[in-house]
Unconditional design. Structure first.
Length: 196
């Protein structure tokens, strides 16, 4: 792809920001983050942030273009539903918050929603590699997506811990705020797509 490691790391950090923000929200809702929770969140977000660019890269062309156009709508709907549920739970002050759930049922939609816009990055990687004459090396798609996955994993785990520190003190308000942030991230993803 003809990219430097610094460029790949910059892309990885940029792509991981939504996952980081959602992890903070998850920590706010949970009110506590054990190492296993941090590992769980890191692996879910890191894996999907690595997987989506690979899908975009290998699909390429028209099919990837269709997916990229639909993906922001899917992310918006998922984040709006999850965020709205968090806000309602915060208002009702429910003790057993669904948003504090770390089961696959809870984590899968969040991981997909935060990584789905990375499909476009994979398509861009394929285009850059074609333009560069498929130059092999450390900036190959496998190395690039591995870096994206690892950075997202680490930042997501840190985000969960940060959120839990504040969430333990301000649980109800933090949960409402966290839900509003998730809705905001969904709107941002959709707005960026609509803006072209």
């Amino acid at each position: 792809m003809g990219m430097s490691w610094l460029e790949v790391i910059g892309i990885a950090v940029g792509l991981s920001m939504d996952a980081f923000a959602v992890s903070v929200c998850k920590g706010l809702a949970a009110g506590g983050a054990r190492p296993r929770h941090m590992t769980c969140v890191g692996l879910w977000f890191g894996f999907f942030q690595m997987l989506m660019p690979l899908i975009g890269y290998f699909l390429g062309g028209a099919l990837a273009g269709i997916l990229v156009s639909v993906a922001p709508w899917v992310a918006f709907v998922l984040l709006a539903l999850i965020g709205g549920n968090m806000v309602l739970e915060g208002i009702r002050r429910e003790e057993n918050s669904q948003s504090a759930d770390f089961s696959p049922k809870a984590m899968f939609p969040l991981a997909v929603a935060t990584a789905i816009d990375a499909l476009a990055t994979g398509v861009a990687f394929a285009a850059m590699e074609t333009a560069a004459g498929a130059v092999p090396g450390p900036s190959s798609i496998w190395a690039a997506t591995a870096v994206i996955g690892v950075i997202t994993c680490v930042l997501s785990a840190v985000g969960l811990k940060l959120g839990s520190v504040f969430g333990a003190k301000y649980r109800d308000g933090a949960q409402i705020f966290g839900g509003a942030v998730l809705i905001g991230i969904g709107i941002k993803i959709l707005a960026e797509h609509l803006a072209g």
